[in-house]
Design a protein around this ligand. Sequence first.
Ligand code: PEP
Ligand code: MG
Length: 565
Amino acid sequence: MSYTPNDDPAQEKRDLLAAVVEARRELHDIREEVGERFGAEFSAVFNTHIQILEDHGFVARLDEEVATSGNGLTALRTVLDAYRQLFEGIEDPFFRERGSDVEDVVRRVMAKLLGVRHHNVPLSDGAVVVAENILPAHFALLETERIGALVSEHGGPTSHGAIFARNLEIPAVTGVPGILTAARPGELAIVDGGTGQVFLSPDDVLRAEYERAKQRFAIAVEHLDALRGRRAETRDGRRVLLTANVGLVSDLRLVERHGAEGIGLFRTELLALAHRGFPSEDEQAQLYDKVAAALAPHPVTIRTLDLGGEKTLPNIGLGEEENPQLGLRSVRLTLFHEKAFRAQLRAILRASVHRNVRLLIPMISCVGELRRVRALVEESQRELAERGVAFDPELQIGIMIEVPAAALTADTLARECDFFSIGTNDLTQYTLAVDRNNERVAELYEPLHPAVLALIDRTVRAGSRHGLPVSVCGEMASHPLAVPILVGLGIDELSATPGTVPVVKEIVRALDSAEVAADAREALRVGSAEAVRCIAAARLRASGLLDHPDIGSWLRTNLESRTTA
Ligand code: PEP
Ligand code: MG
């Protein structure tokens, strides 16, 4: 954009300072809004941005530069360049990362000076956000209620950003090659989160078709939500606990609205991502307490930090790893940062006074790790007792089964924990050696692969031998074709995306436990995911689900796109 400075240098300086003030005001508004939506913890990043604009050195530098050049935009560019050089020379990754904060802030001031709105705030209602990747951190920064859909050039359907989007009921399509260059600002687009299709500048016929589909979907959701009090049990009375996966406090209203019976997985990473570091014990305790109190007496399963992989943070010493998914990730990372881990364990224990909290440890690959975590939990309990802080002494400790080694040694692990939760997103990735974030191998990413099913089966059997409940909390628990197979394998609890809970419940209610048990045995015998999908599709059809007044047509479309491989 071209920019013509004022002839009067004094006016140019006033304009520049006014742009700084306006940018600051905007940041205050955003901080408040994000704080209201997600809690004050999540708005921390904006404090840093405001501090930069309030920094005397920064403003004095701008002052000097505008006096020299007589051009506000040039002054901003010069200051930005100087800061860039300064930050690029810093070795510590945490402080180097602060350079992007300065960049963000200066761009915001530039936008004010040019009289345009900053590129990512505010969004218009129903906006389709197109990005290189959908990252979990985006949800702490974007105006999520305004977003109509998210589309990314890279990433896979179970990358964490895509999962967060679905949790918030935002349709998200990942791995669309060329979308960043093809889509133009202001262009109309249809994003079909169900089939993964994106239509740019659709014609009137397609638009009308999707308007109708959207209306039908809204009516079906309303009907199903009205039935949220019904139990999730099979036709012959087998109970399946139906819980929800949650990552933000704002998701809690969805848990209630869609009739989930608790939280099967509370992902705690967002707070750390918003903070860009490990949050303090008190901040975490406040958050967990809010969630546990809101849900009591229903269960709330809090998972300890699962950082690393694609959920990187600049200041936790991750560095550049060649294979981050196989590196210092998840429980390996928290055991490495013991002090931060202890703070989180104490925070979870403090929330356990509500007597509905369960502690979940991610990515366990051997019994030694589990023992180390248990020892830390015991020490944290002793510390709290000494401080006179109350907690649940009978807190249940469970582990995620998401590494094949854990599934294969489930008997050993079962002796030392209280429940299993199968993380099929990672279990699929690690069993099939398919990066869950890589769109180039997304076709191979197949949770219904018989190898994955065999590991689930082994886990369920070990659980039942030792009297442990077994849940599935990966995205698979939300997939219509996976539900009959998982119920047939004997899973006790399905923790799904909140918005899909009513659909999963309808499916469970239409099944017969003996029939799906036979289907599951057959699924373990056949040779491919396609064959498993056919078995599941036949069951949904035979159970009358394709004629269901609310979900029938949606299921039919879904099955068509997934059983024609
Ligand atoms: C999983 O791996 O299935 C899981 C639920 O954990 P996440 O998706 O957060 O890795
Ligand atoms: Mg996982």
